[in-house]
Design a protein around this ligand. Structure first.
Ligand code: CP3
Length: 342
């Protein structure tokens, strides 16, 4: 079995598994070359391009997994959400969801049809990587983070519209969450059928909620998705969020295999709060990739030192940034391979 999947399943291996969130992206010249010719959505929707971009980082670096190239937002297009990725601005939703009637209009599509392009991209990538014993990781946004984009329409900010809907119209919020639970469960299970070896759920903006808000407006839906996935497939499930130190006791109750730890938390501290059963993933601050080699090496080794005694997958504490120097990505991997025995 691949060392990443072994750790995800609770084993410690000699080889330290490594992958990076956003490992396919603009810091790579070969990615930028593709993006000069094709729009972001074209890359996502063309299986050959999505597969090519997914494989790019694995040609350069000694990584232990690929993450399928897509975005957390494109699956929403099948619901009737109109969106695009605007150069320099990020994602933009042209018909944000603000009222009960907006929510009523949203459909829950069959994801094997509506995101057939991603399923085909997964099959293409898995055909290349599985013979080399390298797993493909699938993913989805979590209902809360997806809702925040759907409601705010782009940049999430302080979530003013999202919290307004949550607080003032809890029934409408529930209706939206139920649609997203169906969509996300179907999406993740389709990815599993298409050949991913693990799935990661991204709840990037969860840290903007209090513990009580989490319990009321997020927890039941998240649990349902995890339950749906776990009861239908054996593949490991990763839960990633940021700014959620105050929610660790809650995250501890999620029935997932892996907790993605952001860079704000000391990873050994996170381990103390969380049950032994979890594999942890993370958590180098992506900004250390802009520092000099001495600082970078010290920080990578600090994570290695703290994670010797439990299942752990090396990753960043959030996505890699577009201006990241490639030689520093190489250096991180070199430090890890030299410091660990395999
Ligand atoms: O990790 C990977 O290599 C797989 C692909 C992937 C992308 N987005 C590609 C992408 C994944 C897993 C994501 C997840 C994602 N997308 C999240 C959750 C993770 C996180 O960072 O918190 C979120 C919140 C989004 C929404 C999103 N998509 C934003 C805010 C942006 C703009 C910011 C930016 O970096 O430009 C995107 C666009 C996006 N998604 C790009 C890529 C490679 C850049 C698009 C480009 O090529 O211009």
């Amino acid at each position: 079995m691949n060392c990443l999947i072994q750790n995800f399943r609770g084993e410690i291996t000699d080889r330290k598994p490594i992958w990076f969130m956003r490992q396919a992206g603009r810091y790579l010249p070969e990615y930028r070359a593709i993006r000069e010719k094709y729009r972001m959505l074209e890359v996502i929707k063309t299986p050959e391009l999505a597969s090519e971009v997914t494989l790019q980082p694995l040609r350069r670096f000694d990584l232990d997994a690929a993450i399928i190239f897509a975005d957390i937002l494109n699956p929403l297009m099948g619901m009737g959400i109109e969106l695009d990725f605007v150069q320099g601005e990020g994602p933009k939703i042209f018909n944000p969801v603000r009222s009960v009637s907006d929510i009523d209009k949203l459909v829950v599509p069959d994801m094997s049809i509506s995101t057939d392009y991603t399923m085909e991209a997964i099959r293409l990538v898995a055909a290349q990587l599985n013979p080399r014993n390298i797993p493909v990781i699938g993913f989805s946004g979590a209902p809360f983070t997806l809702s925040s984009y759907m409601i705010e329409g782009g940049h999430v900010g302080n979530l003013v519209n999202t919290k307004k809907l949550m607080f003032n119209e809890p029934k409408a919020w529930d209706k939206l969450q139920r649609k997203l639970v169906d969509l996300i469960s179907d999406y993740l299970l389709c990815q599993a059928k298409s050949g991913v070896s693990a799935v990661q759920i991204f709840d990037s903006w969860l840290g903007l909620l209090s513990v009580e808000q989490y319990k009321t407006f997020v927890k039941p839906y998240l649990r349902e998705i995890i339950q749906n996935v776990r009861s239908a497939t054996e593949i490991p499930v990763v839960f990633f969020s940021t700014g959620t130190y105050h929610l660790m006791e809650e995250i501890n109750q999620l029935d997932v295999n892996v907790v993605g730890v952001d860079f704000r938390i000391n990873i050994s501290q996170a381990k103390k709060i969380l049950d032994k059963k979890f594999c942890l993933q993370g958590n180098l601050d992506p900004l250390y990739l802009f520092s000099n080699k001495e600082v970078l090496e010290k920080e990578v080794k600090a994570i290695l030192d703290q994670t010797k005694e439990f299942p752990h997958v090396f990753n960043l504490g959030h996505g890699i940034l577009p201006a990241t120097p490639i030689e520093n990505v190489e250096y991180v991997i070199e430090v890890i391979r030299n410091a660990t025995s395999a």
